[in-house]
Write a protein that binds this ligand. Structure first.
Ligand SMILES: Nc1ncnc2c1ncn2[C@@H]1O[C@H](COP(=O)(O)OP(=O)(O)OP(=O)(O)O)[C@@H](O)[C@H]1O
Ligand SMILES: [Mg+2]
Length: 249
């Protein structure tokens, strides 16, 4: 993928299973958001293809949904309006919207706030709303761009386990971009480490931790080993980047 003269990433080859969470970590600017946009068909890649169920992705597929870092809610729409939006865009009938929207609002724990506007919600509630909007279309693929980065630590942990619970209810392929190594290991079946300039896949770490994952997972020795492993792979790159910025080139 290139933006003009800027070569963002190359040789990225990934397969995501139907019921699998693939976490993506990498230094700021390595192209994680760009990769998600390519997967969703929002921007064309300079070379290569994205296949979804064997068909080439050329625009956002109806069964793919994105959750944005800064929630991406319409400020002039209520919770109900925001959650209905994707469905309405896909041409769902009024009856379908009327049954599906309350279901997902309940799923993310926002019942009672249907008529609230985003400014009346806390950050955590806004992100629940963003999640509900994505889940409303019953996606087979969920792309998440640092979904919990702007949320306080306690709410973040609650939402992580809530997303894992929802994942347990309905098999979904998820690509989960995060800056948090702990989060990448906790959520993922695999952690893909992107690095280099242009970046490429430096390592794919298999997360051999049983599901369902719980708070106990965070305390397990295997979790600590995996976290250290990913951390070392990443920090090696971060140190070199720092040197490039500060020292002679
Ligand atoms: N629309 C664009 N036009 C030109 N360059 C862009 C565009 N979007 C992103 N870039 C550049 O591409 C590179 C990758 O950006 P991207 O936002 O994908 O990184 P990222 O890994 O998501 O970073 P972060 O972790 O900070 O969110 C950056 O150097 C950025 O400046
Ligand atoms: Mg980004």
């Amino acid at each position: 993928m290139r933006y003009g003269a800027l070569h963002v990433f190359k040789d990225v080859s990934l397969t995501v299973g139907r019921r699998e969470i693939v976490s993506i970590v990498g230094p700021s600017g390595c192209g994680k958001t760009t990769l998600l946009r390519c997967l969703d068909g929002l921007i064309p890649m300079s070379e290569g293809v994205v296949l979804f169920d064997g068909a080439e992705v050329k625009g956002p597929p109806p069964k793919m949904a994105m959750v944005f870092q800064h929630f991406g809610l319409f400020p002039w729409k209520t919770v109900r309006g925001n959650v209905s939006y994707g469905l309405a865009m896909q041409g769902a009938s009024r009856a379908e919207i009327a049954t599906r929207v309350p279901e997902v609002i309940r799923l993310v724990g926002l019942e009672g706030f249907e008529e609230a506007y985003p400014y009346q919600l806390s950050g955590g509630m806004q992100q629940r709303c963003g999640l509900a909007r994505a889940l409303a279309v019953d996606p087979d693929v969920l792309l998440l761009d640092e979904p919990f980065a702007a949320i306080d630590a306690q709410t973040r942990e609650i939402l992580q386990f809530e997303l894992l619970r929802i994942f347990g209810l309905r098999p979904t392929a998820m690509v989960f971009v995060t800056h948090s190594i702990e989060e990448a290991v906790l959520m993922g079946d695999r952690v893909v480490v992107l690095k280099g300039k242009p970046s490429s896949v430096a390592e794919v770490v298999e997360v051999t931790l049983p599901r369902p994952r719980t708070r106990d997972t965070l305390a397990s020795p295997r979790f600590a080993e995996l976290r250290e492993h990913v951390w070392k792979t990443l920090m090696d790159e971060a140190r070199r980047a720092e040197f490039r910025l500060g020292g002679p080139s």
